[in-house]
Design a protein around this ligand. Structure first.
Ligand code: ADP
Length: 363
């Protein structure tokens, strides 16, 4: 009988609670015992009450809840081996032999490291006298499955991460609100959106709201972008447009990797075009609130698939991450997905923006 634990880790996103609900209920429906690890890897390291058995009714109503109701955290201790040794010990104490993790690429990297180290962690537990040979015998392998929860939509190998469409929806709503007042006063607004190193939210918000100009990290503007942007906006104004919307991704920079700050854009619009310009930083409203229908669907279908992957895993299977590709729920190699994602970051660092753009498309 499998004992499956689910946890959420790293930055929160709408739909994480729905993911936990799906994993808990599918685990129970499949005849397994379900556990939740509270507060991400910190809960795994601390053990005790932080790892609790979950019943069917414990997750009632969670599908429409924002954030993650089992908490999430960034955990330094898990970055080091002694922390992971404690985590392994706690899992054995609770009898857990499979772990489903919903988080970003950092959390998934940690998960894979944990799985690779698992046999040596078992040896260390025995050699240090923390567990006996008999204790660790049933735990030869750790079964790990990843789910991608992030508003940034920054993981390669999947078309969408759990939470990204809720966040995009919130951004669009916010820009609609701003549009009305911008139109009334003929103002310009520079809007900063989240996404860390990924421009997906900014770009899709730009498309969905008809923005005048968008700054994203993967495809920085040309060398003389100041002039280019001002010309485009002047042209739009000359065509009778009463409002101007410029979207700046939080990770935006120029071709030399100098950060493009909304303040710089605001100054350009005010001084060069003479527009009455305001800055709006949308901030954490982009992460909160109830998940949209798409994220609820993704959370549920992917949570179910994660439990199936746990039940079908053999010691030889490589750890999967559950993805959506061309509208189908599929399993991909967790390590590869993380590697592809990190390659995009590296491409940006070495200013190879063509590779960065290609990397975002990569399966
Ligand atoms: P995200 O999962 O959203 O990318 P982080 O990168 O902050 O967020 O990772 C969340 C947590 O995952 C970290 O606080 C740490 O506990 C764990 N983690 C991340 N990277 C590693 C790693 N290389 N080794 C072990 N644990 C890691």
């Amino acid at each position: 009988r499998k004992r499956i634990a689910v946890m959420t880790s790293g930055g929160d996103s709408p739909g994480m609670s729905g993911t936990v609900r799906a994993v808990v209920r599918q685990s129970i429906a499949s005849g397994c015992t379900s556990y939740a690890v509270f507060e991400g890897y910190q809960g795994l390291v601390d053990g005790g009450e932080m790892i609790r058995e979950m019943k069917w009714e414990d997750v009632r109503g969670w599908l429409s809840e924002g954030g993650t109701l089992i908490g999430t955290a960034r955990c330094k201790a898990f970055m080091e081996r002694p922390g992971r040794l404690k985590a392994a010990n706690n899992m054995i104490v609770k009898g857990i032999n499979a772990l489903v993790i919903c988080g970003g690429d950092g959390s998934l990297t940690g998960a894979d490291k944990f799985r690779n180290e698992w046999p040596s962690l078992m040896e260390e537990l025995v050699s240090k006298g923390m567990r006996t040979e008999d204790d660790v015998k049933p735990y030869k392998h750790l079964n790990i499955v990843g789910l991608v929860g992030s508003i940034d939509n920054d993981l390669s190998s999947t078309d969408a991460t759990i939470g990204c469409y809720s966040s995009l929806q919130r951004i669009c709503q916010s820009i609609d609100f701003i549009d009305a007042t911008a139109f009334s006063h003929q103002r310009a607004f520079v809007i900063e959106v989240m996404g860390r190193h990924c421009g997906w939210l900014a770009l899709m918000a730009g498309v969905s709201c008809g923005a005048d100009f968008v700054f994203i990290p993967e495809n920085p503007p040309t060398e003389n972008w100041e002039e280019e942007m001002c010309n485009i906006i002047k042209r739009h104004r000359a065509m009778g447009k009463r409002k101007t919307i410029v979207i700046v991704a939080e990770g935006a920079h120029d071709r030399n990797l100098n950060h493009i700050h909304p303040k710089m854009v605001e100054e350009l619009l005010s001084t060069r075009i003479g527009l009455d310009t305001r800055i709006t930083t949308l901030g954490h409203v982009q992460r909160g609130g109830p998940p949209c229908a798409y994220d609820r669907m993704l959370a549920t279908l992917q949570g179910v698939e994660a439990v199936k992957a746990v039940l079908e895993a053999t010691p030889e299977t490589v750890s999967p991450v559950i993805c959506i590709v061309e509208n189908k729920i599929v399993r991909r190699e967790l390590v590869k997905a993380v590697q592809l994602t990190q390659e995009v970051a590296k491409a940006i660092e070495r200013k190879d923006f063509e590779a960065a753009m290609k990397g975002r498309d990569a399966e």
